[in-house]
Design a protein around this ligand. Sequence first.
Ligand SMILES: [Cu+2]
Length: 108
Amino acid sequence: MKLIYVGLRGVVLAFLSVASASTKITVNGMVCAFCAQGIEKSLSKIPEVKAVFVDLKNKVVVVESRDGVALNDKSITQGITDAGYDVIKIEQIPQTISQFRSEQRSKK
Ligand SMILES: [Cu+2]
């Protein structure tokens, strides 16, 4: 029974990584609009990046990749480090930036 569970979990994870639309990064040291601008500018240089959204309040950056292209965690981390900030956590999320934003709004 346990084996079946592990197998299913692997399938679900594999599906999520294929379907994943964005990468969500928790960033340390980001406090104002200038920080947000710097990070946006740095991440926009990555060719796979379609859009960048910075949520200052939650200290989170969401990066959306171009259709059918996978984002590389390393290059995103590098982009944020280059801008002068530290990555605390990096994870794949299934939402697009607009979906993420509307979820944030409905939380308030
Ligand atoms: Cu700032």
